[in-house]
Design a protein around this ligand. Structure first.
Ligand code: HEC
Length: 110
């Protein structure tokens, strides 16, 4: 699997298999969403699916997180503190990283 990823990386198209963040209205990528995608692919996708379709963890796509957590702060709180089978990321991710991955799920996986 690692070797496959290296090969694809050399081909220039690897990343994580999670959807790319769209360019902003100014035609530039949003660095926060790009960072969120990295974090999602490496830490969340194995349980929530590479596109947020769910797996061990519930689906996060199709507006599910925005519906469950109208206020992003409540969603960040869950990711930070964990809940049942959802691990806590408080020690692993900074506040900025928590916000980036939360924004990625809300704005890109929707
Ligand atoms: C080991 C598997 C696992 C990993 C890794 C994981 N989650 Fe979860 N996640 C879960 C499970 C299981 C739940 C359901 C918890 C519950 O409500 O009992 C959950 C719940 C959630 C919820 C709440 C969903 C809802 O509808 O209430 C959010 C948001 C979430 N996870 C985001 C993330 C993010 C972001 C990451 C990566 C930083 C992540 N998760 C990594 C397993 C995981």
């Amino acid at each position: 699997m690692f070797v496959v990823c290296i090969l694809i990386l050399l081909g220039g198209a690897c990343a994580t298999g999670s959807p790319e963040a769209p360019l902003g209205s100014d035609g530039q990528p949003d660095p926060v969403l790009d960072a969120g995608r990295e974090i999602y692919g490496s830490r969340c996708a194995r349980c929530h699916g590479s596109s947020g379709g769910g797996g061990t963890g519930p689906k996060l796509d199709a507006g599910a997180v925005v519906e469950a957590y109208p206020d992003i702060a409540d969603q960040i709180q869950i990711i930070s503190a964990g809940k049942n089978g959802m691990p806590s990321f408080a020690g692993a991710l900074s506040d900025d990283q928590l916000e980036a991955v939360a924004r990625y799920t809300r704005e890109v996986l929707r």
